[in-house]
Design a protein around this ligand. Structure first.
Ligand code: FAD
Length: 309
């Protein structure tokens, strides 16, 4: 069995693996796709101390750093269930391929995925005007016009944030009213460069083949289609944690995030979690790395306090 088994190979999982391996304990990482969301990212400008990098480059650096240590990397492995430790003190992770792995501690770092609109143009112009993270990509749209799709808390927060950076923000909400907290709505309505459109069904992201130049939405009341000229579209209709496989074993928040405490401990003894799959308030590379390191140190702490059976 492993001492520490990390599930997920994004920034959180890579940091956890490095911190665990540096304790000289038996460490493994099982990941469906090593690199995680970073693989889908182009420009990264907020990875502190690195002025600018690209997702695939950072993902490769993550893997190379992990490979400097004696870590079993099991890529293309999808976990399908977690069985808490019994008398033998070992947590079991079942893999989709039928195999199973056992470990004295486990770190869950399976990340999350942005809910997509699934409309024409969204995939074609991803990273070419279609964005999901205002903290990451907001500054790229300085002096430009953008839309935010979604009038929940994240959409309205994004619109307020972007209004301070870009020329104009159009917020589109499917429902006939915004769902964000009143205090956020009030703030949003006080801004001079924001237009709020409700009952709007986004139908297509338009572009010139290279980058976004507009968006089409249907007015759900009148039924007619409208075109908005803009350079960017921020999709804020939900971040879905990759935790479906944990719902019978680990406590999850109403949003499906793994509930953790300050040390990364979950509801299951010996099981820790880090990064976008958890209740951590902000979802960013540098935050996921810090959380992965915390979880690994907590797992080590757990191991030195647990008798080997
Ligand atoms: P992830 O990166 O999501 O990694 C999860 C890992 O778990 C992957 O290896 C995945 O394959 C694996 N996995 C999932 N389910 C299973 C399973 N059942 N079994 C085994 N493995 C599984 N952040 C920034 O700080 N700056 C940016 O500029 C930035 N830009 C972004 C741009 C885009 C387009 C996107 C999508 C995100 C961006 N982010 C950015 C956010 C950042 O990528 C995430 O916060 C970060 O990757 C989270 O790391 P993580 O390790 O928690 O999860």
């Amino acid at each position: 069995p492993y001492d520490v088994l990390v599930i997920g190979g994004g920034p959180a999982g890579a940091a956890a693996a490095i911190y665990a391996a540096r304790k000289g304990i038996r460490t493994g990482v099982a990941a469906e796709r090593f690199g995680g969301q970073v693989l889908d990212t182009m420009a990264i400008e907020n990875f502190v101390s690195v002025k600018e990098t690209e997702g695939p480059k950072l993902a490769m650096a993550l893997e190379q750093h992990v490979r400097e240590y004696d870590v079993d990397i099991m890529n293309l492995q999808r976990a399908s269930a977690l069985v808490p430790a019994g008398d033998d003190g070992l947590v079991e992770i079942k893999l989709e391929n039928g195999a199973s792995l056992k470990s004295r501690s486990v770190i869950l770092s399976t990340g999350a995925r942005w809910r997509q609109m699934n409309v024409p143009g969204e995939d074609q112009y991803r990273n070419k005007g279609v964005a999901y993270c205002p903290h990451c990509d907001g500054p790229l749209f300085k002096g430009k016009r953008v839309a935010v799709i979604g009038g929940g808390n994240s959409g309205v927060e994004a619109a307020i944030d972007l209004a301070g950076l870009v020329t104009h923000v159009t917020l589109l909400e499917f429902d006939d009213k915004l769902r964000a907290d009143d205090v956020l709505q009030k703030k949003l309505r006080s801004l001079g460069n924001v237009t709020i459109i409700t009952s709007a069904l986004t139908q297509e992201v338009l572009g010139d083949g290279q980058k976004v130049n507009g968006l089409v939405y249907k007015d759900r009341v009148g039924g007619d289609a409208h075109r908005v000229e803009l350079e960017g579209v921020f999709v804020q209709i939900g971040l879905l944690p990759n935790t479906e496989w944990l719902k019978d074993s680990v406590a999850l928040s109403p949003r499906g995030e793994v509930v953790i405490d300050d040390r990364g401990q979950t509801s299951v003894p010996g099981v820790f979690a880090a990064g976008d799959c958890t209740t951590v308030p902000y979802k960013q590379i540098i935050i996921a790395m810090g959380a992965g390191s915390t979880a690994a140190l907590s797992a080590f702490d757990h191991l030195i306090r647990t008798n080997v059976p």
